[in-house]
Design a protein around this ligand. Structure first.
Ligand code: CA
Length: 224
């Protein structure tokens, strides 16, 4: 898990990094809002911890800019006592949580963990069968941990077979899922694509997952 701390008070930042690293996080650090934003936009972080009062670019503008650029990375804002209004503003600007200073690092850790949990619930579920995994959003496909490159039609075909969870899918249902035709064009389109998909996900692996069910269609399931 990677975490970025944007905080100008070097003592606080050092203390934070130390306990976060002890808790197993990989920690990056920025001492002002501008360089924090640059790092947040260029790097891939699981959580951002950001102070409100910062040189160059304050914490509120930091979050606003981050969200404006389409980044959904969870943000915890740190605010000094008496900055209640700013805390509200922080949440309005797109922060996910805030923590008033001074705080116990154990509390920050608890908030970070809770944010990560919330965030992981939002992640799409992988479709899988045996050692084959498919991400319907990114279309990333892996068999036995090896990455397999699929064309978009091949990916749609795989998705349609995986969604059936081992049940037989008819040619007609495949045609409608992959080509969005509501009729059977009568060509061997499906057969051609099934062969291509087999070449990529089955040929070099055992057991073979795609099965032809004569007269009915195709099924993707793990049979020993
Ligand atoms: Ca500060």
């Amino acid at each position: 898990m990677r975490l970025l701390i944007v905080e100008d008070e070097s003592k606080t930042a050092a203390l934070l990094s130390e306990s976060l690293m002890k808790a197993g996080f990989e920690v990056a650090y920025a001492g002002d809002g501008q360089s924090g934003l640059k790092q947040a936009l260029n790097g891939s972080f699981d959580v951002l911890v950001c102070d409100i009062m910062l040189p160059h670019l304050d914490g509120l503008s930091f979050v606003r800019e981050l969200r404006r650029q389409g980044r959904a990375t969870p943000v915890i804002m740190l605010s000094a006592r008496g900055e209640v209004e700013q805390r509200v503003e922080g949440l309005d600007a797109g922060a996910d949580d805030y923590l008033p200073k001074p705080f116990a690092t154990s509390e920050l850790l608890a908030r970070v963990r809770s944010l990560l949990r919330r965030n992981s619930l939002k992640k799409p579920v992988l479709l899988s069968a045996g050692d084959l995994n498919f991400d319907p959003v990114t279309r990333e496909t892996r068999r036995a941990g090896r990455r397999v490159e699929l064309s978009s039609r091949e990916a749609l075909l795989l998705e349609c077979l995986l969604k059936a969870e081992g049940a037989v899918v008819s040619r007609r249902d495949i045609i409608s899922a992959v080509w969005e035709y509501d009729f059977d064009p009568g060509t061997n389109l499906v057969g051609v694509y099934v062969r291509r998909l087999r070449d990529k996900i089955d040929r070099d692996f055992t057991p073979h997952l795609i099965q032809t069910v004569r007269g009915l269609g195709y099924a993707l399931r793990e049979t020993p």
